[in-house]
Design a protein around this ligand. Structure first.
Ligand code: HEC
Ligand code: HEC
Length: 195
């Protein structure tokens, strides 16, 4: 009698453990493994890794999936994103969405920032609303993001290495045509200047 009951109990216990871990991926626990590069609660302290707090859930999920699929080129994130299921990515998205954004403490060129402010209004504000402080429709937050990271990404967009929304590509092309490639540097200085 005893012999039969124990394995049955073990089986039930084992089953309930695997069910609960499948049901509730722990976003905070998973998210902590990103802290080495993206900082505590997604607020990055190093210029090459972006701050990832306060993104809309859908934006975060789209980003992770575009790393996974390879649509978006990356130095490291494809290998990382490949290791997580949809449920785990959704749980991390909730976790980081709930954390406040903090602008990076960094240097910038004030003259370039002033030129960038105007360029932003003319070419970028339509989608990167409220001076880029607000993640509207998957556009991510630009204000206060690390300049080094922005410079890399603007160069990738410009070269066509990172796909951008058609209308964004059009605006950028128009801007660079009129104001030269230095306009990208003006913009990254503007975003870096925002506190
Ligand atoms: C070894 C450092 C490192 C680790 C660990 C790391 N990341 Fe990243 N992350 C980067 C870098 C660098 C980029 C820029 C893209 C690239 O080159 O891979 C990035 C980009 C991102 C982006 C895009 C942000 C944007 O604004 O476009 C997201 C989202 C992200 N990482 C999420 C995560 C999550 C979630 C984890 C943990 C599961 C994680 N990262 C772990 C270094 C890292
Ligand atoms: C038509 C809307 C639109 C316009 C106009 C636009 N963007 Fe974007 N931008 C987006 C969207 C949507 C994304 C997210 C794309 C993605 O992750 O694949 C994005 C992403 C970005 C990113 C990457 C953010 C990150 O954290 O990964 C940067 C940098 C950026 N835009 C800069 C600009 C600049 C500078 C301009 C003006 C010259 C501009 N954008 C104009 C919609 C737009």
């Amino acid at each position: 009698m005893k012999k039969a009951v124990i394995p049955a109990l073990l089986l039930v216990a084992g089953l309930s453990v695997s069910l609960s871990s499948a049901q509730a991926a722990d976003g905070a626990m998973l998210g902590n493994t990103c802290a080495g590069c993206h900082g505590t609660n997604g607020v990055s302290s190093g210029p090459a890794s972006p701050t990832i707090s306060a993104l809309e859930k859908d934006t975060f999920v789209d980003m992770m999936n575009s790393f996974k699929s390879g649509d978006r080129p990356s130095t490291i994130m494809k290998r990382i994103a490949d290791g997580y299921t949809d449920e785990e990515i959704a749980a991390m998205a909730d976790f980081f969405a709930s954390k406040p954004y903090k602008a990076a403490d960094q240097k910038f060129d004030a003259d370039k920032a002033a030129a960038g402010k105007k360029l932003h209004k003319d070419y970028c504000e339509k989608c990167h609303e409220e001076n880029g402080t607000f993640d509207s429709d998957g556009s991510a937050i630009l204000a206060g993001q690390w300049k080094t990271y922005l410079d890399y990404n603007l160069a990738d967009f410009q070269a066509g290495d990172r796909p951008s929304p058609k209308k964004m590509a059009k605006k950028m092309k128009k801007m660079v045509g009129k104001h030269g490639v230095g306009s990208l540097e003006d913009l990254s200085n503007y975003y870096a200047s925002q506190k």
